[in-house]
Design a protein around this ligand. Structure first.
Ligand SMILES: Cc1cc2nc3c(=O)[nH]c(=O)nc-3n(C[C@H](O)[C@H](O)[C@H](O)COP(=O)(O)OP(=O)(O)OC[C@H]3O[C@@H](n4cnc5c(N)ncnc54)[C@H](O)[C@@H]3O)c2cc1C
Length: 390
């Protein structure tokens, strides 16, 4: 593995930085947190910015050329996500492009590919992921939402929870049980759900930042055309595992911590009373070391993908390390600035414009979303270290 950019990657990184410097009001976005509530102005800007990324061909750069992507390598995609996330750029990670698109490309019919992929490519529709349920998170295969075939339709009943971004989404990828008698992994199907269908109710859930980042979604006699089923009936679990692998292998969670780390370092440097305190200096040095390690763990995953290998335990190692670093960065922020770190943005005298409070409040969610640290440790223990399950 190369520990420095190839000339091609260095040139692409420079191009991205020029683009971001010209197109993004950095002081605003760099200060934001991805779990924050998006104001209507921000939502409008995010849509417009995503369209600019699409126009550059960057949004779907990882898609094969046959599907209108650029066929960019995993390493190039990693450089892209790294630059976008460290700048706080909105809309670079798109659930349609990263989760729904690959499922349709791999398992959809050509009619389904023509129906959904073009609108994802131009950023004209927004997607969400309707997997988790009140009784099925880590043990996702226990999900209870039912889909019953009725002529040319499926009738869906159930409840989803923790669905990020459903209030802004047009469509969702949905898992539902189509055979209640089969072993639990073998009775699940994978659907595309138009969220405007009668019977779908989306209710925002307010997280502890006071933000409507995620929602609960109720499904009551929702009639979904049978051609919204992706792949074969009852084989949806195997499609979903591709989606879940994709979620664990992303670099953005590590690099999101970079701007916070450097903001804290600048803060300590500027404060006469803090800059000589050994414990703070050591703590910041520790976070800087972890940042470098986390970044290289992500590059290792991308390198394996480039070689056609499937990173499994390696993706989990990267997920655990990256999200625990995000959590730790929130705690470090509070240690550095002390009690005033609890002041919210907009409060007079809030250090670093209230960003520390935002980070601390967002921090616990990262080790849960996309698979908890405990569950990922199980993957590392069994698939990585070969330890028995029980
Ligand atoms: C910010 C955020 C955004 C999210 N966005 C989405 C989304 O868009 N779409 C979606 O479908 N879901 C989403 N989720 C849900 C997320 O995938 C689940 O919260 C997660 O998988 C954990 O499931 P759970 O909440 O049901 O917890 P549970 O599975 O009930 O786990 C509770 C506790 O038990 C532990 N535990 C469970 N099983 C084991 C085990 N076998 N061994 C050891 N410990 C175990 C867990 O680690 C955890 O600490 C989101 C969650 C968050 C926090």
């Amino acid at each position: 593995m190369l520990f420095h950019d190839s000339p091609e990657h260095a040139a692409f990184r420079a191009e991205l930085r020029r683009f971001l410097a010209a197109e993004l009001p950095l002081s605003h976005w760099n200060m934001r947190n991805d779990r924050d509530h998006i104001t209507p102005d921000d939502a409008e800007f995010t849509c417009a910015f995503r369209k600019r990324l699409a126009a550059q061909g960057w949004l779907t750069m990882g898609w094969p050329k046959d599907f209108g992507g650029s066929g960019a390598s995993y390493m190039t995609q990693t450089v892209y996500m790294e630059e976008m996330s460290s700048a706080g750029a909105p809309g670079a990670y798109d659930q349609g492009v990263w989760l729904a698109g690959p499922a349709i490309m791999m398992h959809g019919t050509s009619a389904q590919q023509q129906r959904w992929l073009p609108e994802m490519r131009t950023a004209d529709v927004h997607w969400c992921q309707l997997f988790s349920e009140p009784g099925a998170g880590s043990d996702l295969a226990s999900l209870q939402t039912r889909a019953v075939r009725d002529g040319d339709e499926y009738v869906i009943n159930g409840q989803k929870i923790w669905t990020s971004g459903a209030t802004e989404a047009d469509w969702g990828i949905l898992l539902a049980r189509t055979d209640a008698d089969a072993p639990k992994h073998r009775g699940i199907s994978y659907f595309m759900l138009d969220l405007r269908t009668p019977g779908v109710t989306v209710r925002p859930l307010i997280n502890m930042m006071g933000s409507e980042h995620f929602t609960e979604v109720f499904l009551e006699d929702v009639r979904v055309p049978a051609d919204c089923l992706i792949g074969e009936e009852n084989r949806g679990w195997y499609i979903a595992t591709t989606t879940l692998d994709q979620e664990r292998s992303s670099i953005n969670r590590v690099v999101m911590t970079r701007s916070t780390l450097y903001a804290l370092i600048d803060y300590v440097r500027a404060m006469r009373t803090l800059r000589t305190r050994a414990e703070l200096r050591h703590e910041l040095a520790e976070r800087a070391l972890e940042f470098e390690i986390g970044r290289w763990l992500c590059y290792r995953v991308a390198q394996m993908q480039s070689e056609g290998k499937i990173p499994n335990a390696e993706a989990s190692v990267s997920k655990i390390f990256g999200t625990e670093l995000q959590r730790q960065m929130g705690i470090t922020g509070l240690r550095v600035v002390g009690m005033p770190g609890l002041l919210e943005p907009g409060t007079p005298l809030a250090p670093l414009q209230g960003r520390v409070e935002r980070w601390a409040m967002a921090a616990p969610s990262y080790t849960i979303a996309g698979g908890t640290s405990e569950v990922n440790r199980n993957i590392v223990a069994t698939r990585g270290l070969g330890l028995p399950r029980d």
